[in-house]
Structure formats: structure tokens, C-alpha cells
Design a protein around this ligand. Structure first.
Ligand SMILES: Cc1cc2nc3c(=O)[nH]c(=O)nc-3n(C[C@H](O)[C@H](O)[C@H](O)COP(=O)(O)OP(=O)(O)OC[C@H]3O[C@@H](n4cnc5c(N)ncnc54)[C@H](O)[C@@H]3O)c2cc1C
Length: 431
């Protein structure tokens, strides 16, 4: 019986375990370096193409209980002018919704399903992959280290297949590509967090606002709490470190890729003073913050190869990209399904991993590059270039056809336009 080892119990690794189980594999071990799966991280938007796959895994009803469908996305110029508004999810013609969800909630739904379907031993916390050797043919050798408090020490294992789902600073990737250093930083700082905001102070829409330097992304992730009359809101702000006052990001990259570096909101709140969009004040949202984290905007250079023999990469380990276009977690889910599907179609796992690489890598390379060019958010920069002081009618600045083409071009790059998504999953198990 084929034994799969998955390094990393994030969104990609847990989804891969469920997808492999669905196509009939039983021996799957997810090793996660954190001792426990804790609800860490702020919010994520999951696009309909990935929701379709999560629905196929039977998880949509539980997810819908824990999140808010994203019904509308608006782009604004920092002066307050509306650049564009577009329906999202079912309202945009998809057969599936787009979801605004706390990262911890999504991870919990996946982890619970893994334990329930594969058994409690399938997800092992406190175990870190420290080294990998993948010979030309045959099984990988995987070195692991226990850090669970009760057991200490290391061991060497030989699973039939190793899946590196260990995030942007992946050890598996580092062993396959030892020449690669730290994730490159573009000089922009990102601040993320969540706020409990009075219902009257927040809209029902997601918005992205900005100019040529600063950006703000804000969206509600829950219905109104009837007891407190509040809504849990996710926010992410970005601006060049050179324009931010206070200590600059660590130039040695000591915390690159660390999502959990807490900072006080006062460090950056003043940069967004007066930012108000159809009644929603960014400054007020930040005033209700329940936590704030600083993160240098980093991604990974596209790789010429993800699969080597019986070892491959998925999720951020394969293609970490700038947080633009809601694609980080979305594409990680799709990788997992694509990989399980390829394994179900090929007798030799090495052939399956090669097929998965050929299926997914070119599109992800295109998306990584598109995100370096700001993806669909470029519409805000265009508006700013043409009318830096603001405008009353966006049609005078960026005509509707030009705006529609920017959105459609990005949707085509990621194959997430409604017509393609509604055709159904290319990774559904063959009966
Ligand atoms: C703590 C955290 C918070 C995040 N918060 C946000 C957020 O607020 N907003 C957002 O858009 N994106 C966030 N992300 C990123 C987002 O979740 C990912 O872009 C996306 O979901 C891709 O998921 P992934 O599973 O590939 O990688 P990750 O989500 O990074 O998961 C990788 C997992 O592997 C584990 N791991 C790492 N190294 C090893 C190793 N050597 N051995 C074993 N396990 C290992 C990590 O502990 C982690 O659980 C966060 C990621 C993390 C880890």
C-alpha cells in the first residue's frame, strides 16, 4: 500500500490528505512542525474555483457555517472615488460562492475532516521535516525531528511519496533547490489583522483601496453577532517600507515568511488617516483591532521544476506569490486536488508527479508573474496615474471597457472565469 508523507499541515497539506483519501489511498501521514493546529492568521478569500473543489470533498456546508460569502468587490482610489464594483461568487454567475473566512477556521475544518476520515494518527503535530534526499529513482529519504514536548530526537523515514506542503520557507523545496536563498522582498511592508467592528460601521462588501504607494484591503468575515452587534473584519494594508516611519523591516530577512510578528496598530494607523470609502473608515476599523501583524511582502521566484522522482511541492512551497487576487490559499487547494487526480491516473507515482507538474506549474508561474505586476489591482494605479487628485466619474479616467479587460485578463491567467469554473472540476474522481 503506497505510503504518502505530507510535510506541513497548512491549507495545502490538509487538503492534499483529504484529496488522496477520496481517490482511495489509506496510508497518509501529515507531519506538522507546530505542536497543535491553532487558529492563527487573519482572513483569506477563497475563490469559486477552489470552493468547487472543497465542495467536492464534502466540506462546503461546514465552511458556509463559519464564513461569509463575498458578494461584491469594490476598488477605490485613496481620495474616496469609486474605481469599479463587481459582483462575486454566485452573483457573478459562478455555481459556487466566493468565501471570506478566517484562516484558522478553514484550517480547523480541514484538520477535523482529516482526523475523522483518515484517523487521529494521520495528522502528527510537533514533527518537523529537517532534510530530504531524493535519489534518481525510488523512495525519498526524509529526516524528521520530534518537538512535541514528550518525545525528542530525530528519525529517518522512507515514504513512497513525499509531498512538500511546508509553506514559503519550505525545507523540502530548500533540499531540492539548495541554491535558493531567502524569499526575495520587494521593499513593501504588509500589516494584517482582524477587528471586531460595530455592524453600522462596516459595509457588506469587500474593498481594495489605494494609490501608487499605499493599499488597504478590508472585508467582513462573519454575519452580525446578535449579542454584540459586531462583525469580524479582516484587513491588510501595504506600503513601501521606505515611506513608513519607525524601524524598517529587518534587512537580514530574519522574519521573512513569519506571519506572526505582532506589532502595535499605532505603528501604521496614522498612514491611513482620513481613508473612508462609502462610509467605511479604515482608521476606525483599525481602532477596533484585536491583533496586528507585520510581514514583508515576499514571494518566490518561479521554479523550473516542482517534481523530482517521488517528491513534489504544492501550495506556497511550490509557488508562493504576492497576496494579490486572493490566490494563495485558492491555488493551494487546487494543487492538492490536481496532485491526487494525477496519482489516481498513473500506476507509477513518479509519472504522476511529472504529470501534476506539467498540469499546474505553467499556470502558477504566469500567476506569480501577474501578481508581481499587481494583478487586477493595477486598475487603482492607473486611476491614480491619470487623476492623482481624485475624480468624480471613473469613466472619464479609466473607461469601462479598459477596466473590464484588466479583470478578464487576470481571470484568464488563473482560469477562474465563470465559464471555465462552471464546467465542473477536471479533478473529479473517475467512477
Ligand atoms: C501561521 C500562518 C498564518 C497565515 N496567515 C495568513 C493570512 O492572514 N492571510 C493570508 O492571505 N495568508 C496567510 N497565510 C498564508 C496562507 O495560508 C497560504 O498562502 C496558503 O494558504 C498556502 O498554504 P500552504 O499550506 O501552502 O502554506 P502554509 O499555510 O504556510 O502552511 C505550511 C505549514 O507547514 C508547516 N511547516 C513549515 N515547515 C515545516 C517543516 N519543515 N516540517 C513540517 N511542517 C512544516 C507550517 O507550520 C504550516 O502549518 C498564513 C500562513 C501561516 C503558516
Amino acid at each position: 500500500m503506497t505510503h504518502f508523507m505530507i510535510a506541513g499541515g497548512g491549507i495545502a497539506g490538509l487538503t492534499a490528505a483529504l484529496a488522496l483519501h477520496r481517490v482511495g489511498y489509506e496510508r497518509i501521514t501529515v507531519v506538522e512542525s507546530a505542536r497543535e493546529i491553532l487558529p492563527v492568521g487573519a482572513g483569506l478569500n477563497i475563490m469559486p474555483n477552489a470552493v468547487r473543489e472543497l465542495d467536492g470533498l464534502g466540506l462546503l456546508p461546514e465552511l458556509e457555517r463559519r464564513c461569509l460569502p463575498t458578494r461584491e468587490l469594490r476598488y477605490y482610489h485613496s481620495s474616496g472615488g469609486l474605481v469599479s464594483r463587481e459582483p462575486r461568487g454566485r452573483g457573478a454567475g459562478y455555481h459556487w460562492p466566493q468565501l471570506s473566512i478566517a484562516r484558522g477556521e478553514l484550517q480547523a475544518v480541514l484538520a477535523d475532516a482529516v482526523r475523522e476520515r483518515l484517523g487521529p494518527g494521520a495528522l502528527v503535530g510537533g514533527v518537523r521535516v529537517t532534510a530530504v534526499e531524493q535519489p534518481e529513482s525510488g523512495r525519498p529519504r526524509v529526516r524528521i525531528e520530534h518537538r512535541d514536548g514528550t518525545r525528542r530526537g530525530s528519525a529517518s523515514l522512507g515514504p513512497d511519496v513525499l509531498i512538500g506542503a511546508d509553506g514559503i520557507r519550505s525545507t523540502v523545496r530548500g533540499c531540492l533547490h539548495p541554491e535558493e536563498g531567502e524569499p526575495p522582498w520587494n521593499g513593501v511592508l504588509v500589516w494584517r489583522g482582524t477587528s471586531r467592528v460595530p455592524a453600522a460601521s462596516i459595509g457588506t462588501f469587500m474593498f481594495i483601496a489605494g494609490d501608487d504607494a499605499r493599499k488597504a484591503v478590508v472585508y467582513p468575515m462573519t454575519e452580525v453577532d446578535p449579542v454584540t452587534d459586531t462583525v469580524l473584519v479582516n484587513w491588510a494594508l501595504a506600503m513601501p517600507a521606505a515611506l513608513a516611519d519607525g524601524p524598517a523591516a529587518d534587512p537580514r530577512g530574519a522574519y521573512r515568511g513569519d506571519w506572526n510578528r505582532p506589532v502595535p496598530v499605532e505603528r501604521f494607523r496614522h498612514h491611513y488617516r482620513g481613508w473612508e470609502f462609502d462610509g467605511v473608515s479604515v482608521e476606525e476599523v483599525l481602532g477596533h483591532a484585536v491583533g496586528a501583524y507585520e510581514y514583508p511582502m515576499v514571494d518566490r521566484e518561479p521554479l523550473p521544476r516542482w517534481s523530482y522522482g517521488r517528491t513534489t511541492l504544492i501550495g506556497d512551497a511550490a509557488h508562493a506569490m504576492y497576496p494579490i487576487g486572493s490566490n494563495g490559499a485558492t491555488q493551494s487547494v487546487i494543487d492538492a486536488l490536481a496532485l491526487a487526480h494525477a496519482l489516481s491516473q498513473h500506476a507509477d507515482p513518479a509519472d504522476a508527479l511529472t504529470a501534476y507538474d506539467a498540469d499546474r506549474r505553467p499556470a502558477m508561474t504566469a500567476l506569480q508573474r501577474a501578481n508581481r505586476e499587481l494583478g487586477p489591482e493595477v486598475v487603482i494605479n492607473l486611476a491614480h496615474q491619470r487623476a492623482p487628485g481624485g475624480f468624480t466619474d471613473i469613466d472619464d479616467v479609466v473607461p469601462a471597457e479598459e477596466r473590464a479587460e484588466i479583470a478578464a485578463k487576470y481571470a484568464r491567467a488563473g482560469a477562474f472565469d465563470p465559464a471555465t469554473v462552471n464546467q465542473g472540476s477536471p479533478y473529479a474522481p473517475t467512477p
